[in-house]
Every structure is written in C-alpha cells, then in structure tokens.
Ligand binder design. Sequence first.
Ligand code: Y12
Ligand code: CO
Length: 170
Amino acid sequence: MVREIVVYPDKRLKLISKEVELFDGALHDLLDDMFETMVQSNGVGLAAIQIGVDQRVLIINEPNEDDLQLKENTLEMINPVIIEKSGSTKYQEGCLSVPGYYEDVDRYKAVKVEYRDRDGNTHTIEDDGFLAIAMQHEMDHLDGKVFVEKLSFTKRKRFEKEWKKRQKAS
Ligand code: Y12
Ligand code: CO
C-alpha cells in the first residue's frame, strides 16, 4: 500500500526513531509499503519516519542500468549503525520530504554500517560512493535530522524563506 509522505517541516521528522525488536509480519508489511511509496514518488531512499512510523527502518534502491527499480535490488536496513567512517565529500542531495529542493551536503566519503535484515540477521556493508551518501542521509532521518539542517547558516536561511513562500503558494 502506498502511504502518505510526511513533508518538511512536519514535527514527526524530528523524532528519534526506536529500535526494532520484532522481525515479524508487521515489519515486512512496513518494508513493502515503504518500497511502494518510494518507487511511486521516484525516490531512491526512504526512512520509516517519512511515512510517519518512528522505527529504525530504512530502504535504498538505486535504479539499474535500464533505470528500473527492482524490488530484489532493495537494500533494507533495520537498526543500522555506522561502525567505521573516513574522509569527506560533498553531494547534491534531495529528499522526498523536501520535494523539489536540492543542495550540496557534506558527508563522510566512506562508511561501514552494521544492520539487520527483515528476518533479523546481522550484516555489514561498506561503500564509498552513492550508497555511502544514501545510507548517511537515511540514517540521519532515524535521528530526527533532515538534510537541510546540515546546510550553512546562509543557505539554511535562504531555504527557509523559499520553502515558506512555496508553502503559502500551494
Ligand atoms: C543521494 C542523495 C539523497 C538520497 C536520499 C533519497 N532521496 C530521494 O530519494 C529523493 C527523491 C526526490 C524525488 C522527487 O520527485 C518527486 O517527488 C516526484 C523530488 O521532488 C521533485 O523533484 C519535485 C525530490 C526528491 C540518496 C542518495
Ligand atoms: Co530524506
């Protein structure tokens, strides 16, 4: 089922999401709904809080060479934790909760993340490219952070002004 996406500055985006303890059918339904919601909105990543669920769950799906987002290529991460990080980089990010706004954000270049899959099995994954950026962006959501909060003071002010204007117009 496609769920409604929570849009900035909704207060729910500030919540610290809770650790998942049960790897049950309800979690599988949540992950499936997140995938449908993300794909329908042309997203490549989504955290559960973006559909109003404060659990430490995120998904990432980079389209393949044919620009298709196959369900089997979805990285589902439950209770993810960065266990190693190095370097720094900048990447132009966007977010389904801040539709139509894109800006460069500072991130670690490489991260190693430990997480559980939908069945509760533990994995680690390392990356220093697109996936590393996506994991950091989505993990920030689990801690109540939206990428616009990482902008410089000046860029943030400009964003807030632009966003308020856009919200009044809609
Ligand atoms: C690199 C940078 C950021 C991420 C986080 C995941 N971000 C997204 O999936 C953003 C998708 C997005 C899609 C939009 O399109 C629609 O809403 C239809 C959009 O809005 C517009 O273009 C109007 C904004 C963002 C992962 C990796
Ligand atoms: Co986001």
